[in-house]
Design a protein around this ligand. Structure first.
Ligand code: G
Ligand code: G
Ligand code: MN
Ligand code: NA
Length: 256
């Protein structure tokens, strides 16, 4: 409870910040979207990454309020970018949603309110959820996913491939995007097996009408291999590390 109070105090004191990491269209080289990645600007400890507080926020329940803040700020920031440059290539912002946050009653309604508050269109929002949350197939989870998609919000499975999705499930899941985990991308240039694996997932996703975002792209060779497979999107240090909003504007203006 102490931790929970401390994290709530941090929200009240406006100590959370969103960084954003580009998601790049591998065909055009343009930035298609950004993923919001939260940081805690701690008064004495400095800038803290999620590793330092997300797990304890999950356990204490503070993740619901922090997640709400991240979502609202990400949508407000996206609306500002759009207002400043309506023609920008940036089409959406992607926001991580923890399992506990998703399962807290009223999540869909809070997303709707956050969109309204920012004057944001549902198409501007991609929500990243975990494989295990979708796999539960709890009636409620799937119903909420369907409601969000009916609004026009898209759903991504984060870290795809690290869980236990079966192929038959993948066909039925009410999702739009697979974020292929970095561990799959790491070895595509050095392991024929990994290359075949990623190639197969990309082909399967295409047939199921799912978009793929390859995570953790660090090398030009990886990017080229993914593009050759027809993987539509990539994210990783090759393109950019997580960046502040003004840096994102500069990136969207730089020639790819
Ligand atoms: O760049 P990075 O260190 O920011 O992110 C580390 C981890 O923290 C990632 O797995 C990411 O999904 C998670 N994370 C980042 N921002 C958020 C957030 O706003 N909510 C949740 N639940 N997880 C986040
Ligand atoms: O789990 P999730 O995908 O939400 O978290 C993204 C995490 O991966 C963040 O911590 C982000 O900083 C990190 N990340 C993004 N791109 C790369 C990359 O190319 N290499 C490595 N090592 N980490 C990355
Ligand atoms: Mn993510
Ligand atoms: Na991930």
């Amino acid at each position: 409870l102490e931790v929970r109070a401390a994290l709530h105090d941090a929200i009240d004191a406006e100590q959370f910040r969103n960084m954003y990491q580009p998601i790049v269209d591998l065909h055009t080289g343009l930035i298609a979207g950004v993923e919001a990645l939260v940081r805690w600007e701690h008064p004495t400890r400095g800038l803290l990454g999620p590793f330092h507080f997300i797990e304890v926020a999950e356990e204490s329940g503070a993740i619901v309020a922090i997640g709400d803040w991240v979502l609202r700020e990400a949508l407000a920031q996206f609306a500002r970018w759009r207002a400043d440059d309506p023609d920008m290539s940036l089409k959406y912002v992607s926001v991580n949603v923890s399992a506990r946050q998703f399962r807290t009653p009223g999540f869909v309604e809070r997303v709707r309110e956050a969109l309204d508050a920012a004057g944001a269109r549902p198409e501007w929002l991609l929500l990243e959820i975990t494989e295990s949350l979708v796999l539960r197939d709890a009636e409620q989870v799937w119903n909420d996913l369907r409601m969000l998609r009916a609004l026009g919000v898209r759903i991504a499975i984060d870290d795809f491939g690290t869980g236990y999705s079966s192929l038959s499930y993948l066909r039925q899941m009410p999702v739009d995007v697979l974020k292929l985990d970095k561990s799959f991308i790491d070895d595509i240039l050095t392991s024929d097996q990994q290359h075949t694996m990623v190639d197969s997932i990309v082909a399967l996703a295409r047939n199921l009408d799912l978009k793929v975002i390859a995570e953790g792209v660090e090398q030009t060779g990886q990017r080229a291999a993914l593009a050759a497979m027809g993987c539509p999107f990539g994210q990783g240090y090759l393109f950019s590390k997580p960046a502040w909003p003004d840096e994102i504007v500069a990136l969207t203006h730089s020639v790819p």
